[in-house]
Ligand binder design. Structure first.
Ligand code: ADP
Ligand code: ZN
Ligand code: ZN
Length: 801
């Protein structure tokens, strides 16, 4: 007797444990840990993951596994353990952790159906079901049957069942080949009568290309015949048709010219040496590669990976979603060709699934991808690289709320391999760890082209206002823009969108159009002339009169990229502008086309939001302008200064990366703020010291760890009362040095019609915190499950909103 311990896809705390199922005899040798199976659960049928297999159980009445969903485990031993670790570290359910490690296509979809249980005794049901035993829920709904079926369900004559649907399907193509030998083909050609000239053409093609496989349409084209000729040959058995799996490779149609490794500079050699020894000595060591923009970090990644491949091992490279640009992908593909699989959110669900399968079949050795690529199912990892390690997007904001850096370190311990965290502006946490010797610091201070970093000039926009300049361009920036256009050089203009957007306000009464579900103002979208809420997706038309006072003087304020574009058109009509923001890059491939056209010199100015700050490497960019440097500084987030410094440094790095020298103009209303000052001087060291002081005074990371508990409920009283209870409970359980803030309303106090309160825990050492929080979640289970209360716990939160 073999028994499987299964984690079921029923996301609740009560079911967050292994359930035992009997493995039917016919599958005793098939079912293994890490496979997905379909099991009965109460009245339902659900998907589950086999966590382990054993020979006996305490459970009296065992139910049987219905069927396996996989032929091989989809989670290997390491990933199963990683899932358990994730669940305990981030306080999420095991099922969420397992699902997070797999492509979305493998998550079970359930189809609701109504099944007849009465043994065909009931004339009403005879009519409803006809000859069938089941009908779809949707169909029943459309026929208006649900109220009646509900009554029947109470009597036990029908029941609702959930059927697991597997979304992932492989794409196949039919390929034509010729099974005949050369000699046989020759004979057939001679046999064919004169008027079947077309058939001869096809056979002659296979004479010349004996081993080839081609699709019907390709074959028809190359041999100059119609598809019907090929059909005839298939019927005669002279050609053969097979079904081949086709990978939806989004990069398939592009040719990548092979790049060769550069000879490393002495600075690069020094930086890579300890990494190479960690690879050779199979050592789990964490490196922080702190190198200014353009210092050649990517070449270090490429050559470390080459070393790993030489040893027959695999590599994972994470880059932030936003800089997973074609240019970046190209650098890896052109060095390692088809060994590279790419995983990013631009791929369709099917494409992601294909790339994942390529990895499990060991057809790819290098994965380049955004956050979730850290779960690539490799079994022999030789290195993990996280580029731009300071980026927000490495932290997942939903369950499991993991940070890719922590997962990387966990996997590096399992595989005894190094991790490189690379950045020109490391996160404070990482740099502090490098200072303490927890990470090994590798520094690269020189740019590849030996040019100094571009000169940054900070313009005080208050002065501009006083001098009577009401335009969004300062005199200095405007002068330089004109100069670049005359010289036919390129400019990047950044409009910092975070914490800043276009809103609609009544000029008479000051009324601002707000989302009815969330406590934030709606954002104006020019292209569709709509108002949208960025939190809940609510949309509405722009009013022609103020809903509050009826005045027609209601219009939008704030600067959007569209408005900058218009102003550019007015002031510099000769300038060719490409605008990149969420509105213009929505369509698939748009992002890439725009960058290509800028690279080809089809525009003078690239205007955009945060998405243009990173990864661009074009020789002709000699000016970078930041229109509004400080909007982010006012966000209620202890990382606001750090984020501002990072953004300004990153975008400045886009200028003068090659032969031509670069300049940067930063416009701001708070020129005296240290994060703007030090970004202007490109002085990470001084920024780090100043910011560390601020963090120490505020008891923030890296001096303290944080855990944020957010409570929300539709009813404000219920939200407040739960938040108070939780805060009291936590306070009674923690040690003396720990600081508890709250409960307080969240910076966004209402979202999607739910009131939000939070409690922030700051601690240095709190060994029993996880246990305390688990008890807390268990205590509130009932209210979570049946009263609409939501409690989210974020360990090391990135966003404080
Ligand atoms: P970073 O990632 O640190 O911003 P990159 O890796 O993009 O820097 O390097 C900047 C430029 O220098 C790139 O165009 C890259 O191809 C080039 N480069 C890197 N290393 C070398 C080298 N050893 N010799 C010549 N060129 C190099
Ligand atoms: Zn009004
Ligand atoms: Zn909203």
């Amino acid at each position: 007797m073999k028994i499987a311990s299964v984690i079921v896809d029923v996301p609740a705390m009560q079911t967050d444990k292994c359930f035992d199922y009997l493995i039917p005899e016919k599958w005793e040798n098939v079912i293994q840990p890490g496979m997905r199976v379909i099991v009965p659960f109460g009245p339902r049928t659900v998907q589950g993951f086999v966590a382990g297999i054993k020979g006996s159980t305490e459970v009296g009445h065992l139910r049987e596994i219905i069927e396996p969903q996989d032929l091989a485990p989809v989670l290997n031993k390491e990933l199963l353990a990683l899932g358990d670790w994730l669940a305990s570290e981030t306080l999420c359910l095991k099922i969420s952790a397992y699902q997070a490690m797999l492509p979305a296509a493998m998550k079970a979809k359930y189809e609701k159906r109504v099944r007849r249980m009465d043994g065909h005794q009931n004339p009403f049901l005879d009519e409803v079901f006809g000859k069938k035993d089941e009908i779809g829920w949707k169909e029943a709904d459309q026929r208006g049957l649900l109220p009646f079926l509900q009554k029947e369900a109470k009597n036990g004559t029908v029941e609702v069942v959930y059927e697991v649907k597997n979304k992932a399907n492989k794409k196949t193509v039919r390929m034509i080949s010729c099974p005949l030998s050369e000699e046989e083909i020759r004979r057939r050609i001679e046999e064919i009568s004169g008027n079947a000239r077309k058939q001869k053409q096809v056979l002659e093609f296979f004479m010349k290309n004996p081993k080839i496989k081609a699709t019907v349409s390709d074959l028809a084209e190359v041999s100059g015949v119609s598809p019907s000729v090929i059909k005839t040959l298939l019927q005669k058995g002279w050609l053969e048709e097979t079904s081949e799996e086709l990978y939806r490779d989004p990069y398939a149609d592009r040719n990548f010219q092979r790049s060769v490794p550069h000879t490393l500079t002495s600075e690069q050699k020094q930086a890579i040496a300890p990494v190479l020894s960690a690879i050779h000595e199979k050592r789990s060591e964490i490196f922080l590669l702190y190198g200014v923009t353009g210092s050649g970090k990517t070449e270090i990644y490429l050559q470390s990976i080459q070393e790993v491949l030489n040893e027959g091992k695999e590599a994972i490279v994470l880059v932030p979603e936003i800089s997973l640009t074609p240019q970046m992908v190209h650098r890896f593909k052109s060095r390692f060709g088809n060994d590279v699989a790419v995983l990013h959110s631009g791929l369709s669900i099917g494409e992601k699934y294909d790339e994942w399968r390529k990895i499990t079949r060991k057809e790819a050795k290098v994965v380049v991808g955004a956050r979730s690529a850290i779960f690539a199912p490799f079994e022999n990892i030789g290195i993990i690289i996280i580029d731009e390690e300071h980026e927000n997007s490495y932290k997942q904001e939903d369950n499991p709320r993991y940070h890719a850096r922590d997962v990387a370190i966990f996997r590096s311990r399992n595989h005894h391999c190094p991790v490189i965290l690379g950045s020109a502006t490391p996160s404070l946490e990482s740099f502090a760890r490098a200072q303490k010797g927890v990470y090994t610091l590798l520094k690269m201070e020189k740019r590849m082209n030996n040019h100094p970093l571009p000169k940054v000039s900070i313009v005080d926009m208050r002065e501009e206002m006083r001098a009577g300049n009401r335009s969004m361009f300062s005199k200095e920036l405007f002068g330089k823009l004109k100069d670049r256009i005359e010289k036919k050089q390129q400019t990047v203009l950044l409009l910092n969108k975070r914490g800043y957007s276009s809103f609609v306000m009544c000029r008479d009464c000051g009324y601002v159009l707000q989302c009815p579900n969330c406590d934030i103002s709606l954002t104006y979208h020019r292209s569709t002339n709509e108002m949208k809420c960025h939190y809940c997706g609510y949309e509405t038309f722009v009013p022609t009169a103020c809903p509050e006072c009826g005045s027609p003087h209601i219009r939008y304020f704030g600067t959007g990229t569209q408005k900058v574009e218009e102003e550019l058109g007015r002031l510099l009509p000769e300038a060719r502008v490409i605008r990149m923001d969420v509105d213009t890059t929505g369509r698939k491939g748009a992002h890439e086309r725009m960058l290509k056209s800028f690279a080809d010199g089809e525009a003078d100015i690239l205007l955009g939001t945060q998405m243009i700050a990173k990864g661009l490497d074009f020789p002709n960019i000699t000016l970078v302008g930041v229109l509004n440097a400080d909007t982010m500084l006012h966000l209620p987030d202890f990382r606001a200064s750090e984020k501002t410094f990072q953004l300004l440094t990153q975008v400045s790095g886009r200028a003068g990366r090659h032969e031509l020298k670069g300049e940067v103009v930063v416009q701001t209303y708070t020129p005296e703020h240290y994060s703007i000052q030090f970004a202007g001087e490109q002085d990470y060291g001084r920024f780090y010291r100043q910011e560390m002081m601020m963090r120490k005074m505020g008891s923030y990371p890296p001096f303290y760890y944080l855990t944020l508990i957010t409570v929300s409920h539709e009813n404000v009283m219920k939200a407040v009362s739960a938040a108070e209870k939780i805060t009291r409970f936590v306070r009674s359980r923690v040690s003396d040095g720990t600081i508890i803030l709250g409960p307080a309303a969240c910076p966004i106090p209402r979202m999607k019609n739910r009131y939000r309160y939070q409690c922030l825990i700051k601690y240095k050492r709190e060994t029993r915190l996880k246990e305390t929080l688990t008890v807390l979640l268990e205590h509130f289970q009932h209210q979570i499950a049946s009263e609409g209360l939501s409690i989210s716990i974020d360990v090391n939160p990135n966003m404080m909103m």
